[in-house]
Design a protein around this ligand. Structure first.
Ligand SMILES: C[S@@+](CC[C@H](N)C(=O)[O-])C[C@H]1O[C@@H](n2cnc3c(N)ncnc32)[C@H](O)[C@@H]1O
Length: 237
């Protein structure tokens, strides 16, 4: 795929989240089109709780950078532990909703395109949820260099992402090795193409090791992938 095609997908990805902002939470709350019955809902929320417990154990304290913060489901968790949060996203609409939910003195919002963002500060913790899967494989290394640049020497990283699901929540992806994409639909029927890369814990751990990162990457049974790590080997790694 040519570079300008990738640029147009990444642009469409931002437009998608701008347009989806007010219905984004239906996905997280398993409502509307994302409601696949009470049994699966219970499973989803029990796995959300599992990841929340892991984040609590990780203890994202100090100065935290949240990359692609979205409407703020995880900002809400981070404010419990962090002294200060810088929350970055490219979509104004999601930043407005996040601010409504979590706006307080210790949360600072930045509107920026992460593929063209030069962080001016260093952080104790960098967090991102459901973002890594939207980074094209050929920008994976560039993204982790951004994380490295924004991290203090003893800094730590925690991320959450989607596990490939085969159930009714299955996301269809076009397995282009350069730019794997997924077609997303809004409630009004509009469709958007986004990048979607599904990772497996072992392979992702190895890929990160090659870039110099020590990570533990795990998954819940059905829905989530999560990982925590740093550039130096620390106790839990
Ligand atoms: C799947 S959502 C995740 C949001 C949030 N982290 C969560 O867990 O609910 C992906 C987010 O990435 C943001 N995003 C997409 N492309 C971006 C870009 N190039 N730079 C910054 N943010 C971007 C979207 O606006 C959206 O809020």
């Amino acid at each position: 795929m040519k570079r300008n095609e990738q640029d147009s997908i990444l642009k469409e990805q931002i437009e998608y989240y701008e347009a989806r902002a007010t219905e984004y939470d239906e996905w997280f709350l398993r409502r509307g089109r994302y409601d696949h019955g009470s049994k699966l809902k219970k499973l989803w929320f029990s796995e959300v709780e599992q990841v929340k417990a892991e984040l609590k154990k990780f203890n994202p304290k100090g100065k935290v950078l949240e990359i692609a913060c979205g409407t703020g489901w995880w900002t809400e968790q981070l404010v419990k532990y962090a002294e200060h949060i810088t929350a970055v996203d490219a979509a104004s609409e999601v930043l407005i909703l996040n601010k409504k939910k979590n706006g307080q003195e210790k949360v600072n919002y930045i509107k920026a395109d992460l593929f063209n963002w030069n962080p001016q500060d260093k952080y104790d913790v960098i967090f991102f949820s459901f973002w890594l899967s939207h980074v094209p494989p050929d920008k994976f290394e560039q993204f982790w260099l951004l994380v490295q640049k924004a991290l203090r020497p003893q800094g730590r990283v925690f991320f959450i992402d989607s596990l490939k699901s085969e159930g009714p929540e299955k996301t269809y992806t076009i397995n282009n090795p350069v730019n794997p994409t997924s077609l997303r639909k809004l409630n009004d029927g509009r469709t958007f193409t986004v990048i979607k890369v599904f990772y497996r814990p072992e392979k992702l751990t190895q890929d990160l090791k090659q870039l110099g990162w020590y990570f533990k990457v795990k998954n819940t049974t059905n829905y989530f992938l999560y990982g925590f790590g740093s550039l130096r080997k620390q106790n839990r790694l």
